[in-house]
Design a protein. Structure first.
Length: 320
């Protein structure tokens, strides 16, 4: 079976070097394996997404030497490749989950949810564990609350532990008390990232998901959705994030570290790829390389503590 990977950015800002490193690693994984690489634009959050950023990130990828076999500009058998155009698939998935008894309406306000902000457990990418209050409401109580507020829809997480083997980060297990019920459709009608990414990866035949470590603890929730929907889950690999000197992840608000800014200051894609390769441990010295030249070198990645920081990238680019 042909392996299929993907890069799925959100077009809410210019691509920074952290995004670029993840994209490069995902592309290298598939090119080394002789697989197919898909580009998908995750613009389901219409309020934050901008078409001009979607176009610029594609230009940035091509500048870096990253091409794709399916996606925007070239199409493919799994089109469309923009989540904003795939919402009928998410509605179908919700119907399936509802029919199987996996969903319930949640009427909690933002203030009520904020009150559990300091609760124990929970997943870092999703906030504190939900207390499950709306799960036990009677039909009469739901009817009364529905008269005052449009509900979100929550997915019922299993209580047992969920484990998986990360292709880069090793084995991980999440205990049942951390896996609280989570929103799959917001009260304003927007589908959640967890639902959309699961449905899209399955529909596009993705076999390998390589993404940033900030999404590591989203994996058990997505695995639960795969199981509930009767879909085959891909393998997962999570790469360390590029962080600043204080250990903070990059923000799209930091314009100095965007690919557009680096290109404007004269940085070549070969210098950036070479810096990534050296810091990740794929090469033993910093030297300019094309993305294609790096394909045989892809493998395990150093942790952030070993030097995967923006300061080191900038220093390497300054002397390259």
């Amino acid at each position: 079976m042909t392996r299929r990977g993907r890069f799925a950015p959100t077009p809410s800002g210019l691509m920074h070097i952290g995004n670029a490193f993840t994209a490069l690693a995902s592309w290298l994984q598939m090119r080394q394996a002789g697989g197919e690489f898909v580009l998908r634009i995750e613009d389901i959050d219409i309020a934050r997404s901008r078409p001009e950023y979607a176009e610029k990130l594609q230009d940035d990828l091509l500048w870096l030497g990253i091409d794709w076999d399916e996606g925007p500009r070239i199409g493919g058998s799994c089109a469309p490749y923009e989540q904003s155009l795939r919402q009928h698939l998410y509605r179908e998935a919700l119907d399936t989950l509802h029919s199987a008894g996996w969903l319930y309406p949640c009427y909690c306000s933002r203030s009520e949810l904020a009150s559990i902000g300091n609760a124990p457990h929970g997943l870092a990418s999703e906030g504190a564990a939900y207390h499950g209050g709306c799960r036990s409401l009677s039909p009469e109580e739901r009817q009364a609350r529905a008269a005052k507020k449009t509900p979100a829809l929550r997915f019922i997480m299993p209580t047992h532990a969920i484990g998986f083997h990360d292709m880069l980060a090793g084995p991980h297990t999440y205990e049942g008390d951390a896996l609280s019920d989570f929103v799959v459709k917001r009260a304003d009608g927007m589908f959640s990232y967890q639902l959309a990414v699961t449905v899209d990866d399955a529909a596009m035949g993705i076999t390998d998901v390589l993404r940033g470590a900030d999404l590591l603890d989203s994996t058990p929730r997505q695995l639960a959705l795969y199981e509930a929907l009767g879909l085959k889950a891909p393998s997962f690999a999570h790469v360390p994030l590029l962080v600043d000197a204080s250990g903070q992840r990059l923000s799209k608000r930091d314009k100095a570290l965007t690919l557009v800014s680096l290109r404007d200051t004269g940085v070549t894609p070969e210098r950036l790829v070479g810096a990534f390769a050296y810091l990740a441990g794929w090469t033993d010295r910093p030297e300019p390389l094309t993305a294609r030249e790096l394909i045989p070198c892809f493998g395990l990645i150093r942790t952030a503590a070993d030097g995967l920081t923006t300061d080191q990238v900038q220093r390497l680019l300054a002397v390259g």
